[in-house]
Design a protein around this ligand. Structure first.
Ligand SMILES: [Fe+2]
Length: 226
């Protein structure tokens, strides 16, 4: 169920249909030096998934990537893990008033996960205010909708639309996202902050994981901006 991605990092991929397209979504789990688990973009907590997750360690933090991505099943984690903290991306607390968040994610990591995980709050966009994470031990960057990456394994229709939106074999947000950047300089700086990390692997929000040479892939995917 989980696939290990380098040191103390695992992913779980689940199918997701969006406007008839098979784009899938990816949950990441990192084991912190302190022993607990940091879950990003949680998947539906089925009994099977919970059993596997519990084998990896104790869930301590559950993070949404943005107010749009990765918050869908947080209430299930709240119920199953009462001691875990829910981390809200910018704007999410106002959207999910049914949840009580323990922490608001910004540009600086909390010391409790900062040894293992760094983060950048992507700014300068009208609505895509997501948090990009960098897991040091596995040299992995984890994105949400900032990083679609549709590849060969997707059905033909998905590949054709992905090509039109310039996210086919490119790690980039869909084309329409570019039209809603409000401050290009600020947005560019966020991408440059991500590119400054020493990473090799990229876990996109949707699509295929890039296990090596991920920095080149991000630089190429954002060549229209950086
Ligand atoms: Fe998404």
């Amino acid at each position: 169920m989980f696939t290990q991605r380098g040191e103390r990092c695992w992913t779980y991929e689940e199918p997701l249909r969006f406007f008839g397209l098979e784009i899938g979504r990816i949950m990441s789990v990192m084991k912190l030096s302190s022993g607990g688990l940091f879950v990003q973009s949680p998947a539906e907590l089925t009994p099977e998934l919970k059993a596997q997750l519990d084998q990896l360690g104790e869930v301590r933090f559950v993070a949404a990537t943005s107010k749009l991505h990765g918050h869908m099943y947080m209430e299930q984690y709240r119920a199953a893990y009462p001691n875990a903290e829910l981390l809200a991306a910018p704007g999410l607390a106002a959207r999910r008033t049914d949840l009580r968040f323990d922490h608001l994610l910004g540009d600086a990591p909390d010391p409790r996960w900062g040894t293992d995980i760094d983060q950048v709050a992507v700014a300068g966009h009208r609505w895509l205010t997501e948090i990009a994470f960098f897991h040091r031990p596995s040299r992995t960057v984890i994105l949400g909708d900032m990083g679609y990456h549709i590849g060969d394994s997707s059905p033909l229709k998905t590949r054709l639309i992905a090509r039109a939106f310039q996210i086919y074999k490119r790690i980039s947000p869909p084309l329409e996202v570019r039209a809603t950047i409000v401050n290009e300089e600020t947005f560019r700086r966020s991408i440059q902050d991500i590119l400054a990390w020493d990473f090799d692997r990229v876990i996109p929000g949707h699509g295929e994981i890039i296990d090596s040479d991920g920095k080149t892939a991000v630089a190429n995917g954002y060549d229209w901006l950086v």
